[in-house]
Write a protein that binds this ligand. Structure first.
Ligand SMILES: C[S@@+](CC[C@H](N)C(=O)[O-])C[C@H]1O[C@@H](n2cnc3c(N)ncnc32)[C@H](O)[C@@H]1O
Length: 358
């Protein structure tokens, strides 16, 4: 049976990025995500300068949270950008710059040990971990002044368990599957916003950097994300044919990623009602230029290697990604899918302000 079961069956996953600093680690395979933080830097500077209220008396200690920080230099880069912007704003208001307390959040399986070993020695902030899912509460009420979440909110809290024969994602799938993903995304975003609504101070700011699409776009195989997932799916089915994994298991394996269009993001924020949208804009898309298959597959493995292992066992990961690499090289030779025209994804840069509780 193809489609989504009426009970909308789904299961929580416990995936995280590949830790450590080895060749397959997220830290060494996250140039794509870093590319987004660079254009975000300028926007952040302008918008924090415009929207941050330095009159807020709770600012003796200024608390920042990076949600879905993972491991590696990207989170430190983002945190330093934010601190730089906040400092400049305080200085231009001729106010004493507060102390900074930064919370690094990710799921509990994240490699926090490696993260904290790599903390920059010359930092100007105190650091703490906030382990747990950002779909629920992480911090005391009204304690956070600035939250940031980059390329993490496309992770759904659960994987759809229903049969989606021939595919491992909604890209190119039928309406039923697409709608089930969209509904899960809405629920997850609402949980995320409700939790942050409790935790941010009134007037507190939140920056979201989201991978998504333009309004009206239906994600198919004619996009780099869709094509990559199609290739990975075909590798899993090939391994099933070889008897290494069960075919039915592949039918029910759905990657828990959703890529919204701007209108969907806006609608869910509006329905939640706790934040006002100060900015929702399209930022330059990443990886516009050439990207070699090894980089693409390395990135994919760092991000979903643990998810695959959780589902199919550790024995399949090496072979799966080798197969994935071979097929990606083959496909790139036949019809280079790294062309700009196939890069349909865009990046939404969103700045939210916590409304004053009525
Ligand atoms: C692609 S990485 C992005 C990491 C980092 N923000 C960057 O820009 O490089 C996405 C991160 O989000 C984390 N993540 C996914 N779902 C999460 C959740 N529910 N709560 C906290 N972190 C989550 C993943 O574990 C992963 O580390």
């Amino acid at each position: 049976m193809s489609g989504v079961r009426e009970d909308g069956a789904s299961s929580k996953h416990h995936a995280h990025m590949i830790g450590g600093d080895g060749p397959n680690s997220y830290g060494r395979n996250s140039a794509y995500q870093k590319e987004l933080l660079v254009p975000a830097h300028d926007l952040l500077q302008q918008l924090i300068s415009k929207h941050l209220d330095t009159n807020n008396s709770t600012h003796d200690t200024f608390r920042i949270a990076d949600l879905g920080c993972s491991v590696g230099g990207n989170t430190f880069f983002a945190v330093e950008n934010m601190i730089g912007a906040v400092e400049r704003r305080y200085e231009s208001d001729r106010r004493r710059v507060p102390e900074f307390h930064v919370f690094f959040n990710d799921v509990i399986g994240n490699d926090f040990n490696t993260l904290f070993k790599q903390l920059p020695a010359a930092r100007t902030y105190l650091a703490a971990a906030a382990p747990g899912s950002f779909h629920g509460r992480l911090f005391p009420k009204e304690s956070i002044h600035l939250a940031h979440c980059s390329t993490a909110l496309h992770w759904l809290s659960r994987s759809l368990e229903s049969s989606n024969k021939g595919r491992i994602h909604y890209a190119g799938a039928g309406r039923e599957v697409r709608e089930a993903y969209a509904a899960q995304y809405k629920r997850d975003m609402d949980c995320f916003l409700r939790a942050r609504g409790e935790e941010l101070v009134a007037g507190g700011l939140m920056v979201l950097i989201l991978i998504g699409y333009r309004d009206g776009f239906v994600l198919g195989s004619d996009s780099s994300i869709g094509e990559s997932f199609d290739i990975l799916g075909s590798c899993l089915y090939e391994m099933a044919k070889m008897g290494k994994i069960g075919e039915e298991e592949v039918d029910c394996f759905n990657l828990p990623f959703y890529y919204p269009c701007g209108a969907e993001v806006e609608a869910v924020i509006e329905a939640n009602g706790l934040f006002s949208v100060e900015t929702l804009t399209e930022m330059g898309a990443p990886m516009k230029g050439e990207a070699d298959p090894a980089t693409l597959v390395g990135h994919m493995r760092a991000v979903i290697g643990v998810l695959v292992e959780e589902r199919f066992g550790s024995g399949v990961v090496e072979e799966l990604f080798q197969l994935h690499l071979n097929k990606t090289i083959e496909r790139a030779r036949e019809k280079p899918f790294i062309y700009e025209s196939r890069h349909r994804e865009i990046i939404h840069f969103v700045l939210l302000k916590r409304n004053n509780p009525s």
